[in-house]
Design a protein around this ligand. Structure first.
Ligand code: C5J
Length: 222
């Protein structure tokens, strides 16, 4: 019997056996000073409020035996998978691959590329390294989900309007039902966060549902 999660635009039926928690890009490069987010001129402290709700949802998903997938945005050290157009849009002294306080900016294997310690992947939880904004682009995420019979995604992470939104759109086009947890997502721009969530749930849930950690956990703990 699926759980019913209060959500907009309608309740979301959740079967933990067919659902994966996908935590998008909760990396030091986005949440801590000196990384990619800061290089783009953002106030990285704006993402901090999403951490504690993500931790609570992660603990509940592990307890329920759900598949947990973590993603990381980043590039190969030789930058072979980094489109020049992506790099060119950054300040000349702080581009992808340039040295920074957490190692080379947005490069796999560097300290800044790591997931923040508060949300560190547990042993056995897949980590998907992605070169783009969407978690399905140039990754094996879809193969992983199909192999495990996953049909629905709980989506958390940063930033709401960029990698979360892109991933949810990609997932929706592939037939996955996505429930985005608003307080588990964050943006450097509060107005973009709100608009991104509004877009997902508008028009009868044009590409997903929106709820929050409180409503999800209430249903899971009942
Ligand atoms: C961005 C992301 N904002 N993870 N990446 O460039 O949302």
């Amino acid at each position: 019997m699926p759980l019913s999660i209060a959500a907009e635009p309608a309740p979301f039926a959740l079967d933990p056996a067919r659902t994966a928690l996908v935590i998008i890009d909760m990396q030091r490069d986005f949440l801590e000073p000196g990384g990619f987010g800061a290089a783009l001129g953002n106030d990285v402290s704006r993402l901090a409020p999403a951490v504690a709700p993500c931790q609570a949802v992660l603990a509940a998903a592990r307890e329920a035996g759900m598949l947990v997938v973590h993603t990381r945005e980043g590039h190969r050290p030789d930058l072979a998978d980094c489109p020049p157009a992506k790099q060119a849009r950054m300040p000349p002294d702080a581009r992808i691959g340039d040295p920074g306080p957490m190692g080379r900016i947005l490069i796999r294997g560097e300290a800044g590329h790591d997931i923040i310690p508060a949300l560190a992947p547990a042993s056995g939880e897949p980590v998907v390294d992605k070169p783009g904004k969407g978690a399905f682009f140039a990754t094996d995420l879809e193969a992983m989900l199909r192999a495990r019979g996953i049909t629905d995604l709980l989506v958390c992470g940063v930033t709401t309007e960029v990698c979360v939104n892109t991933t949810v759109r990609e997932a929706n086009d592939r037939g996955y039902r996505c429930l985005v947890l608003a307080d588990c997502c964050g943006s450097y721009f509060p107005e973009f966060h709100e608009a991104a969530l509004a877009m997902i749930k508008a028009q009868g849930g044009i590409f997903g549902w929106v709820s929050d950690s409180t409503r999800l956990l209430a249903a899971m703990q009942a």
